[in-house]
Ligand binder design. Sequence first.
Ligand SMILES: Cc1ncc(COP(=O)(O)O)c(C=O)c1O
Length: 401
Amino acid sequence: MQFSDRVKNITPSQTMASSAKAAALILEGHDVVNLTVGEPDFNTPPEIIESIHQAMLDGKNRYSAGSGVKELKKSVQRKMKNDHGLDYDLNEIFIGVGAKHVLYNAFQSIINEGDEVIIPAPFWVSYPEHVKLAQGTPVLLHTKESNAFKVTVEELERVVTDKTRAIILNSPSNPTGSVYSKEEIDALASYLEDKDIWVVSDEIYEKLTYGQTHHSIAESSPAMKAKTIVINGLSKSHAMTGLRIGYACADAQVIKHMTDIVSHSTSNVPTPIQFGSVTALELGEDYLERNRQLFNKRRESGYKLIKEIPYVECVKPEGAFYFFPNFKECATRCGFDSVDAMCDAILEEVHVAVVAGSSFSAPDNIRMSYATSEEKFTEGMKRIKSFVETKLEGVSHENDN
Ligand SMILES: Cc1ncc(COP(=O)(O)O)c(C=O)c1O
């Protein structure tokens, strides 16, 4: 039987694979510290759950418009105005099944076979797959750790060709936690402004910044707004990962094409969840600020612990909920051929699950999520530190002999 070339080309999600390995060990009864997770470790606020329940009791259980119910689009419209000063008409807003599916639809709408899409690396694992599924060509742009993994105009200029159709920006970033400053965003905007290149701006972690403020590139100028597809969602900001709400704000033509696609695929996001999301967007800043402070506290304590691991360097993240330390020298000194091999050994020997940076095209680094309790994170770092110290001792004894 035949399978499509498209599916043969897909690299399955490595972050999900790492979580699955950790889950399998937990099922076997091992005490695993799981630092692979990319979701808040607390429940969705009760107001949202109650409002979904109420919507169901009120009979809002039918198909909705493919691009989303008007009530939720109006909430997104208000949010974009309040947070970014940007005006979007309702036909410039699309509600989808999580930001992942919204991104998938966006690439299906703007990319033709052979079109190049620039993806700054390290990158979130789904971007290259979305581009390949749209028959585009992912062009990886490797950023420098010394520049906190942020793309500069000079680096961008080197990879832009006449086949470039889009660039992905992800600030705050998964996996690096980097946040572009207003100056950095504006510099990229002034280079891109007169080019025939879409900017797909994934802003899903916008509410989680520490010190640095989030700036959408769509704010830089009306010309940038017109060519930017802003992607966002409620998974990370409102602990709604399983409820699957994402949205896009963009030019009405793009939104129309995305809507046409879902009219033959998902039809619409479950209607009651859309009504619950209206409540989410109306919860106000206090809820978001409490979460931000919680993650910031974990970031401060976790960062100190990472710095105590011998031969590990770490750019202090300014956003999201991930550390992305460089383990290259540590792995080499501990006798491993690669950081990947070290991650496997850490899981097998001391039962701490992390995601190897190779999944994000950064083979010297490891992603550790701090969307977990401080106690668990502290335990994870204690285990990794003692694992490293034991290996270093072993290597030094070998050298003595
Ligand atoms: C950078 C980034 N974009 C998009 C998503 C997808 O989020 P959603 O749950 O809304 O599909 C994730 C989830 O991990 C992410 O890290």
